[in-house]
Design a protein around this ligand. Structure first.
Ligand SMILES: C[S@@+](CC[C@H](N)C(=O)[O-])C[C@H]1O[C@@H](n2cnc3c(N)ncnc32)[C@H](O)[C@@H]1O
Length: 539
């Protein structure tokens, strides 16, 4: 552990500036300062006030006095960013960080001795906090964004009864770790070859990563850091609910997939044995497909059964370029095709938890017309179709071409994601931008090509849906909206817009879907004002 001698190091304290004194000059990057941390800020740092301005301290806890190294400076020296490197008064909620590369209390030398890499990595910025306290911070963040940005009263039962709920850990091997069924690494050049890498916080220079405890055990056991990934730009590894592993390797545009795939395949065989037997597929695909050189008929290995691949792609090992994901909710089971590089929820328990939440909050009923906006491969589409049945309708809208292709396959007449009761349900799978598609849906409503819309699921990416999309959605006069949010600030902003448009927030739930990071998921139900149901919390 880092030993700091505060008498020999410049360590200002965060006492308030006395009136009439000269303005103090700012901190410099690398300065070591002693600070007392207050509440968590959106983004994972903790607010500390000093005579030189506000400092956002990462790797700290509320109430702790820490010694922190300044890592970045905001405009006009108005605020600073710092990493806690030693703790003077540890919080009882502090625990040892489970990841050497993410532990800010180790010195560069200690991290380098353990892993060969000295830099501190992001991606697990709440790893030093016990899980209950992490959830308390996330509850606070969610409430704050709904109050400050969404305009909800702090006294509203929506706020006072809101708590971020834990995700089930039954499928996890190590409690609140190993929840990621998907991991993405960049590739970095090192003296020993090209290795998987991650970015330190606020850095554009990636460094090698040796292990990542949030990844599923099956993915960690691959020891991907041992592969020399010459010619690869990015690695996306996925573990399916059926235990298959699909690794997409995005090929640097200076190479072709056939050039780089064989050396990597040979290393993979040495590391993992027979890939087909171990159900591991390697899928090499050009970074920018439009620039990819056509490679007619290139099949570097015939050990795996022949599968159709696009020109320029190479598929080895288990021979899969998509996996099947099974999601169960109660007695129901939905199956989905998800391609390499296509969107799927990263927490292994998230798909079933989110489907359950959607069904209990939105309550789609037989015969209803529903929209699934930002639908991905159709996680909610399948459950909506099952609920509305053969007399009902689901319109599923997704913008990414790869993920849209998955949705099309999933909801084809014989698609795997259609349950028995959804065999004849009208499911429109649309590829397009949500805002743009809402204009087409308005026309379809006017032409009676679509029945009145009863219920909407809205699950946008981190930036939220935004004003244009919500205004257009409002013009369709749907009955109720379930907003699934992965960013509390975006949910706060969009809540304010919906309220201005005449919608009431009637129920909200939060989930700790990204343990050991500061991220949090929420589901918020809106009814057209005046609310048709009383705010309450459904368990
Ligand atoms: C948070 S994901 C949710 C996907 C899905 N609901 C699920 O849970 O699996 C958001 C999805 O919206 C898509 N997306 C983002 N912006 C979009 C836009 N403007 N129009 C259409 N789709 C968009 C992304 O490709 C991504 O698949």
């Amino acid at each position: 552990m880092r030993q700091l001698d505060s008498t020999s190091t410049r360590v200002p304290t965060n006492t308030a500036p006395s009136r009439g004194t000269e303005p103090v000059s700012g901190y410099a990057i690398g300065d070591l300062v002693r600070l007392t941390c207050e509440s968590p800020a959106h983004g994972g740092a903790f607010v500390a006030r000093s005579e030189k301005g506000v400092v956002f301290v990462r790797h700290a806890l509320t109430g702790e006095t820490v010694q922190a190294r300044i890592t970045d400076i905001g405009p006009k020296n108005r605020y600073y960013f710092a990493d806690a490197v030693a703790i003077d008064t540890p919080s009882p909620a502090r625990r040892e960080h489970p990841w050497v590369q993410g532990n800010s209390l180790l010195t560069d030398e200690e991290r380098a001795a353990a892993t060969g890499v000295k830099e501190l990595l992001g991606g697990m910025e709440y790893g030093h906090i016990d899980p209950a306290t992490q959830r308390a911070y996330k509850t606070d963040t969610l409430r704050t964004q709904l109050i400050r940005l969404g305009g909800i009263s702090p006294d509203s039962p929506l706020i006072t009864s809101l708590t971020v709920e834990p995700m089930p850990t039954k499928d996890l091997t190590e409690g609140d770790l190993s929840w990621r069924s998907r991991v993405r690494y960049t590739v970095v050049k090192t003296p020993s070859g090209w290795r998987i890498g991650m970015y330190p916080h606020q850095s554009s220079r990636a460094v090698p990563v040796i292990d990542f405890p949030l990844a599923a055990r099956e993915l960690r056991q691959l020891n991907l850091h041992e592969l020399d990934l010459h010619g690869i730009r990015q690695v996306d590894a996925a573990l399916s609910s059926r235990g298959r592993i699909l690794i997409q390797l995005t090929v640097d545009p200076r190479f072709t997939a056939s050039e780089v795939s064989q050396p990597i395949y040979r290393q993979a065989e040495k590391l993992w044995g027979d890939l087909a037997k171990r159900k591991i597929s390697l899928f090499f695909t050009p970074e920018n497909r439009s620039n990819a050189k056509p490679e007619y008929g290139v099949r570097p290995s015939l050990r795996s059964p022949y599968r159709r691949v696009r020109q320029g792609d190479v598929l080895l090992g288990g021979g899969l370029k998509s996996v099947t994901e099974d999601v169960t909710f109660g007695a129901r089971r939905f199956s989905y095709q998800v391609s390499a590089g296509g969107f799927w929820q990263v927490h292994r328990c998230a798909p079933s938890a989110l489907v359950g939440t959607m069904l209990t909050m939105l309550r789609p009923a037989e015969g209803e017309c529903t929209l699934d906006l930002y639908a991905g491969a159709g996680l909610f589409t399948a459950a909506l179709a099952d609920a509305v049945g053969e007399r009902g309708t689901v319109v599923s809208v997704e913008g990414s071409p790869v993920t849209h292709r998955d949705a099309r396959a999933n909801f084809a007449p014989d698609g795997a994601a259609r349950s028995e009761s959804a065999k004849d349900t009208r499911i429109e799978v649309i590829h397009g931008d949500v805002a743009r598609t809402l204009l087409d849906l308005k026309t379809a409503l006017e032409l009676d090509e679509l029945p009145h819309i009863d219920a909407v699921v809205l699950d946008p990416s981190r930036e939220g849906a935004g004003k244009k999309t919500l205004e257009r959605l409002n013009k369709l006069s749907p009955g109720r909206i379930l907003y699934v949010a992965c960013d509390p600030a975006a949910l706060g902003r969009d809540t304010a817009i919906l309220r201005e448009l005449g919608w009431d927030l009637v129920q909200v739930r939060g989930y700790d879907m990204y343990p050991n990071t500061h991220h949090v998921e929420a589901a918020a139900l809106f009814y057209r004002a005046p609310a048709r149901i009383k705010p309450r919390r459904i368990r």
